[in-house]
Every structure is written in structure tokens, then in C-alpha cells.
Design a protein around this ligand. Structure first.
Ligand code: TUI
Length: 315
């Protein structure tokens, strides 16, 4: 249906990745996305090597389609995870929140396709030179940890800066966003927030309801003081954290302590007071819980219509 180098490269039907969302993206979600023709991705972020191994094995019982694992480079388990993905024959890796060069040699030697998330042209060029198969250019509209640039300017600059395929991420939740990404020169898209409310997504129902209720101004960024800005839904926790950040009497240690475990409290406990509900700016576009298959088929059909109709802009 779409001409995309990323589909040819990975053997997937649609150029749609599911973001490797920490605490969220488990075997069940990733398998559902892969079975629907996209690229499902398990987030290794909160898992040690053995937890990840069992999650990968579980995924393999649920799908025989290509899938990926996201290695969050700031994770205390990144080193062990970097070996488990080789031992378990993971076909595709994405990386986030850092520079993956430390591990790239051994991953490439194992025949793994490496697709780092980048937030700048400089990192895109560095990983392209070292053998990345593609990059995911992620703008600051995304949920979770973000860089400085936003998607609309970032994607075409990354496209111009490298000669491997670029996947656009951040601010994309529907077929219009996917079509726009193609117009910027992307070969595919990665979506997180839309998959948060997938039926196969195992997060607490309080989290899903907060995403479904959020509007266009429903998110905020905190964490700039620590150098790790994070976008999340406005909530008592997010507002309190932002206030503490502004207060010079609050130490970095106190901030860390206050933030520790907040994502788990949102995802697992549904704690609306003390949880951190990571979410992109597109929350206002996400209106209902659907299966991954419904989500992907709806986005693909809408993108195709938008692209076909785009020619009517020309007189
Ligand atoms: O990694 C993400 N999103 C995430 S990770 C996460 S867990 C976390 N929680 C609290 C604080 C920090 C992490 C939640 N959401 N997306 C990919 C991403 N990578 N976004 C931005 C970047 C990035 C930023 C700077 C990648 C590389 C980079 O520069 C590295 C370098 O050394 O040049």
C-alpha cells in the first residue's frame, strides 16, 4: 500500500512503529502491533536482562512477525540488556535517551538492525556513519524524555543530513500526521500515545482514562533542571515536581527522591496523585480505546486518503 524503504528493510507491512514506552510496551502490546502489520517494540527500560529475556520469549509465542526491543541507554540494566538481545536473536533494536555507539559494534556483528532514536542532526549523522539501518527522529511533542527540537523542523533537517531512512516521531497520532511525515521526507512513523489506549495495552485504566480525557493543552514538560526533560499529562505530581524544580532550596537529591518510581505508580497502580503519566501532545487526538489492528488500519486508510487528496491542492 505504501512505498517505504523501511517496510522492505524490516519485512513489515506498514511503516508504523509502536514506541518503546517504558513500563508500558510489553510482549502483549508489541505482539499485537506486529501481528497487525506494524513493528511492535518491547521496552527494556524497566527490565533487567532476565526479565527482558522472558518477555522476548513470550512475544515469540504470540507472533512470528518481525519485532523490536528498545534499549533505554540510561537504564542501569543497559549493559546486560545489550547482551540478552543478541542471545535471543532480536531482529531490530531501537535505542533512546543517549548515544548507542558503545554497543553498536557488537549488535551489528550479530546481524541486528539498529535504529536509534535521535533528537538532533549531529547524533543522526554519527550513528549513520557507524552502521545504523535507519533513525527515528523524535520531536519534543512526544511523551516521555524529549530533546530540544520539535518534529516539523527536526525531521526534514535529519532527512537532509543523512542518507539512511528516517522515521518521524512526536506529535503523530493519526493518518494526517502520517501523511505529513511522508511530506517531510520520512519513510515511516513511530507512535506512542495512540497505543497507550490500545485494548492490548496493559496499563492501569486510570492512565487510559486520563489520556482519553486530555485535550490539546493537557501536557507539560518538567525535569529541565536535571537535564532530562520529560513530557507528561498535567497532574498533581507533575505540577508539584515542576514547583520543586523552581525552588532553589530543594536539592537535586530531593528532586530525584520525589520522582523515583513515579512512572510505575502511574502505569501499575494508576495513582492519580503521585503518578507521572507520560504522554504526548497528541493526547487530544486520541478519542477511544481500540485494538492495535483497528488503530493501524484506521491510520493507514486515513493517510492514504489524505495523500490521494493532496493533489487537489494543485490547480
Ligand atoms: O527515550 C525516550 N523517551 C523516554 S525514556 C524514558 S525513561 C526516563 N525517565 C525519566 C528521565 C529520563 C528517562 C521516558 N521516555 N525517547 C527517545 C529520546 N532520545 N528522546 C530524546 C532522546 C535523546 C536525547 C539526547 C537521544 C540522544 C540524546 O543525545 C545523546 C548524546 O549523547 O548526544
Amino acid at each position: 500500500m505504501f512505498n517505504s524503504k523501511i517496510c522492505d528493510l524490516l519485512g513489515i507491512e506498514y511503516p508504523i512503529f509502536q514506541g518503546g514506552m517504558a513500563w508500558v510496551a510489553d510482549a502483549q502490546l508489541a505482539a499485537a502491533v506486529s501481528n497487525a502489520g506494524g513493528l511492535g517494540i518491547i521496552a527494556a527500560m524497566n527490565m533487567d536482562g532476565e526479565m527482558l529475556r522472558s518477555e522476548i520469549r513470550k512475544l515469540k509465542t504470540l507472533t512470528d512477525k518481525p519485532f523490536g526491543v528498545n534499549v533505554m541507554l540510561m537504564s542501569p540494566y543497559a549493559e546486560q540488556v545489550s547482551d540478552v538481545v543478541i542471545q535471543e536473536n532480536v531482529p531490530v533494536l531501537t535505542t533512546g535517551a543517549g548515544n548507542p555507539l558503545l554497543y553498536m559494534k557488537k549488535w551489528l556483528a550479530a546481524g541486528i538492525k539498529v535504529i536509534p532514536v535521535v533528537a538532533s542532526v549531529a547524533l543522526a549523522q554519527m550513528v549513520a556513519k557507524r552502521g545504523a539501518s535507519a533513525v527515528i527522529a523524535e520531536g519534543g511533542e512526544s511523551g516521555g524524555h524529549i530533546g530540544e527540537a520539535n518534529t516539523l523542523p527536526l525531521v526534514p533537517q535529519v532527512v537532509d543530513g543523512i542518507d539512511i531512512p528516517v522515521i518521524a516521531a512526536g506529535g503523530i497520532a493519526d493518518g494526517r500526521g502520517m501523511a505529513a511525515a511522508f511530506m517531510l521526507g520520512a519513510e515511516g512513523v513511530q507512535l506512542g500515545t495512540r497505543f497507550l489506549v490500545a485494548k492490548e495495552c496493559n496499563i492501569h485504566d486510570n492512565y487510559k482514562q486520563k489520556v482519553l480525557k486530555a485535550n490539546d493543552t493537557g501536557t507539560m514538560v518538567s525535569g529541565r533542571r536535571s537535564g532530562h526533560p520529560v513530557r507528561a499529562l498535567k497532574s498533581p505530581f507533575a505540577r508539584a515536581y515542576a514547583e520543586m524544580e523552581k525552588n532553589p532550596d530543594v536539592s537535586d537529591g530531593q528532586l530525584d527522591e520525589y520522582g523515583a518510581g513515579a512512572l510505575r505508580r502511574a502505569v501499575v497502580d494508576g495513582d492519580t496523585e503521585k503518578g507521572s503519566f507520560l504522554c504526548g501532545q497528541v493526547a487530544g487526538l486520541v478519542k477511544r480505546e481500540q485494538t492495535c489492528k483497528e488503530i493501524i488500519e484506521e491510520i493507514v486508510a486515513e493517510a492514504a486518503t489524505v495523500i490521494k487528496n493532496a493533489a487537489t491542492r494543485l490547480k
